[in-house]
Write a protein that binds this ligand. Structure first.
Ligand SMILES: O=P(O)(O)OC[C@H]1O[C@H](O)[C@H](O)[C@@H](O)[C@@H]1O
Length: 720
């Protein structure tokens, strides 16, 4: 309780009482309120903070802004009135009544995402209060507790209380009013807002930013100590604070030279690099032996296919990298079975010969229910294909290998896999979604595409690691991408992002980035447990271009504004000789960002009618695109293993910089645990419906009854 108590978020008058109980709690109650405002005692100094609450400030700012917008719109309306009449447009009610404004104000407080900030804050506050009541026997003192959230809001260490945050809020009001058409007309801007590093060229001139915006964002990141957090990661400190471990996935692609030349100096990192190299070499040796037929099936035949069983980080990254790197030689046929739906297994294995299939089970924890179930299904499938001529243990030992944490070696052994030869371990300093450069990604990649492709992949990632650790934030590709995300989410209110690679090989890239970012940065408390009052994380989705243009791009052009990452390649992918086809693809790649940014003005559409190119006056408003929709362009030379490694590392580091700026831990995922626990109770209930009654709400009970009825022998269930 003492070290994790979130009470320290709140101002309190409780010190005197609490001190009677424990001296240690004192540091959690260091706020004082006075009638003049809020005072924070910090290191013996008292800092006065303005009494106005942040929520009020935001609402006032928004109102001012709205009034400005209304005034601008009304001017615009007067200027354009002739158009409206000439083209028969409906009257547009620019002016809002005072009642409308009042209604809007009411509905705005605690709506959308901020409802959840308030909810989480209340949840913790309620818990803390009952904790104090039960453990410390506090009673009437808690009355004062109700008003303490004001002090919390004025905590100057909180991201939203920093002067840099306020400066960005003010700056955003200015930038919102400048259309991208105007910004893009400035020829100096492209040079200022683009850079090349580690084989990647980033153009972010189509973001709604100026050089000043970037300066302010870097200042915010520095205020949040991003530079020193990055250094702490590089030195192997426990930056994953809630799990008390370092975060060292960059060590997985380091070379010995990086240690010898003191790029990495700490003992922790040096040891990590050494362990990574030794497992990596074992992986490559094994993969080469399988591919060359030295390692064979129990019947002495060559393996023809590989089935990788894993889920989440043990699936999405490995699938992304292996499908992106296509060597087009005599590759082993590679399949992934992730979903616990039996259909996944059936579909992926229907055309495979089990006696010639090597199985790679990827699970860091070796306890993920879906993976263990699928692994059992695969084992049964293989065993069933053998007559009694080969003994069961030999079949499992020959057909299976494992990528898992060393700490679960016993469980791997119990499964029938020899931990000394067939376990390719990774360490607790590699998070699941960061394990593509660990054995989780390297075993499938080296088996399917060869060890030289896997080495090139690691080198591409290593180039980015070096750039990431060395370059200042202003010249750092992943840092710039990260801060643009913060800008869009927190200052422009754009919480989603589309990732659109113009390369068929990157079909699974968006799914990987989705997990990487959403699991890393979707958090509700700061690293030290304080409830957040700002949004973190981005809603990431995507499909490869040009397919995406024909599915969700309509909304991006005319509906909600969703910033996009466009990823493209200057030359066709390795082995692809259809250059004209690549031109066709890239014509779309270059066109879409401009269509989003520039849109199509009403005047332009009207001109079509005037010159006779179109005769449908009624469609003028339908065909107008307001533009001003931000995107960034990321270009690589060609889609090869090196570029895939670079892409992987860029997005990993982007995620880190955002997490540090948002003051959250990007390396835990407590949110996914609850669902697993509930599923476990339900699983038991489904296996034994007549056993102990399930403690569930009426809705779930009813749904389960329907389910059990439908699956009962001779079911006659109906939906009524
Ligand atoms: O590799 P495993 O231990 O099987 O974990 C597989 C996945 O399951 C979890 O639910 C996590 O949300 C993921 O981060 C993890 O990658």
């Amino acid at each position: 309780f003492h070290t994790s108590c979130p009470v320290r978020c709140y101002s309190t008058e409780l010190d005197a009482t609490v001190e009677r109980h424990t001296q240690k709690l004192r540091k959690y109650y260091d706020y004082r309120r006075s009638n003049d405002g809020v005072f924070l005692e910090s290191g013996g100094e008292t800092v006065a903070l303005p009494p106005q609450q942040e929520e009020e400030r935001t609402i006032n700012a928004e109102e001012e802004e709205e009034e400005e917008e209304e005034a601008a719109a009304s001017n615009n309306n007067n200027n354009n009135n002739n158009h409206h009449h000439a083209w028969g447009l409906p009257h547009l009610p620019w002016q809002k009544s005072p009642e409308d404004k009042e209604k809007k104000k009411k509905s705005r407080s605690h709506c959308g995402q901020s409802h959840y900030h308030v909810l989480h804050h209340r949840e913790i506050k309620r818990g803390v209060k009952s904790h104090l009541r039960e453990i410390f026997g506090l009673g009437s003192e808690l009355e004062t507790y109700e008003s303490e959230s004001e002090a919390k809001k004025a905590d100057p260490t909180r991201l939203t209380s920093t002067p840099e945050w306020a400066a960005l809020e003010a700056h955003a009001r200015e930038m919102k009013g400048i259309h991208l058409r105007e910004l893009l007309a400035d020829s100096r801007r492209v040079a200022a807002l683009s850079l090349e590093a580690a084989g990647a060229y980033l153009d972010y001139s189509r973001q709604k930013v100026s050089e000043e915006t970037m300066r302010l964002l870097a200042a915010l990141a520095r205020r949040m100590d991003v530079d020193s957090k990055r250094q702490r990661m590089r030195e192997g400190d426990d930056v994953n604070t809630s799990e008390r471990r370092p975060v060292l996935h960059f060590a997985l692609r380091a070379a010995r030279e990086d240690v010898e030349k003191n790029f990495y100096t700490s003992t922790v990192v040096r040891e990590a690099v050494e362990s990574a190299i030794s497992v990596r070499e074992r992986v490559f040796e094994f993969a080469d032996a399988v591919r060359s037929g030295v390692v064979r099936t129990p019947r002495g035949e060559n393996f023809a296919s590989v089935v990788v069983v894993g889920i989440g980080g043990s699936y999405l990254g490995p699938e992304f990298i292996t499908s992106a790197i296509n060597q087009n030689d005599s590759d082993l046929d590679l399949r992934f079975v992730a979903n616990v739906d039996p259909e996944a297994f059936d579909r992926e294995t229907a055309d495979l010969d089990p006696t010639k299939t090597l199985i790679v089970v990827v699970s860091k924890s070796w306890s993920t229910a879906e993976t263990l179930r699928n692994a059992r299904t695969v084992r049964d499938w293989i065993l069933a294909a053998y007559d009694d001529d080969v003994d069961r243990d030999t079949v499992v030992a020959s057909h299976f290998c494992a990528c898992a944490s060393r700490s679960v070696a016993d469980k791997v052994k119990a499964w029938g896999i020899d931990p000394d030869t067939r376990l390719f371990e990774f360490w607790n300093w590699v998070g699941g979604r960061y394990s593509s450069s660990a054995s989780a990604g390297l075993v499938p990649l080296a088996l399917a595409r060869g060890s030289s492709a896997a080495r090139a992949f690691l080198e591409g990632a290593r180039d980015v690691d070096k750039h990431f650790f060395d370059a200042p934030l202003e010249k750092n590709v992943p840092a710039i991408m990260a801060l643009l995300g913060v800008w869009n989410v927190n200052f422009l209110g754009l919480g989603a992002r589309a990732v659109v690679p113009y390369a068929h090989g990157l079909s699974r890239f968006a799914a990987h980035v989705q997990q990487l970012e959403m699991e890393s940065n979707g958090k509700s408390v700061t690293v030290d447990g304080r409830p957040l009052d700002y949004t973190t994380g981005e809603i990431v989705f995507g499909e490869p271009g040009s397919n995406a243009q024909h599915s969700f791009f309509q909304l991006l052009h005319m509906g909600q504004c969703v910033p996009c990452d466009f990823v493209g390649f200057l030359t066709p992918a390795e082995g692809q000789r259809d250059v004209a086809g690549h031109h066709e693809l890239m014509a779309n790649f270059f066109a879409q960002p401009d269509a989003l940014a520039l849109g199509r003005s009403f005047e332009d559409v009207v001109t079509d009618v005037l010159v006779g190119a179109s005769d449908d006056v009624d469609l003028c408003t339908h065909r107008t695109l307001s533009g001003d929709r931000p995107s960034l362009t990321l270009l690589f030379r060609t889609l090869d293993a090196r570029a895939v490694g670079a892409l992987l590392a860029l997005y990993e580091h982007r995620t880190a910089i955002q997490g540090w700026t948002w003051d959250i831990n990007s390396y835990d995922q407590w949110g996914v645990e609850l669902g697993k626990t509930l599923a476990s109770d339900i699983r038991q209930h489904l296996a034994n419906p007549n056993g102990d009654a399930l403690n569930a709400n009426p809705s779930t009970k009813r749904l389960l009854d329907m389910y059990l009825q439908a699956n009962a022998p001779q079911s006659s269930s109906s939906w009524q």
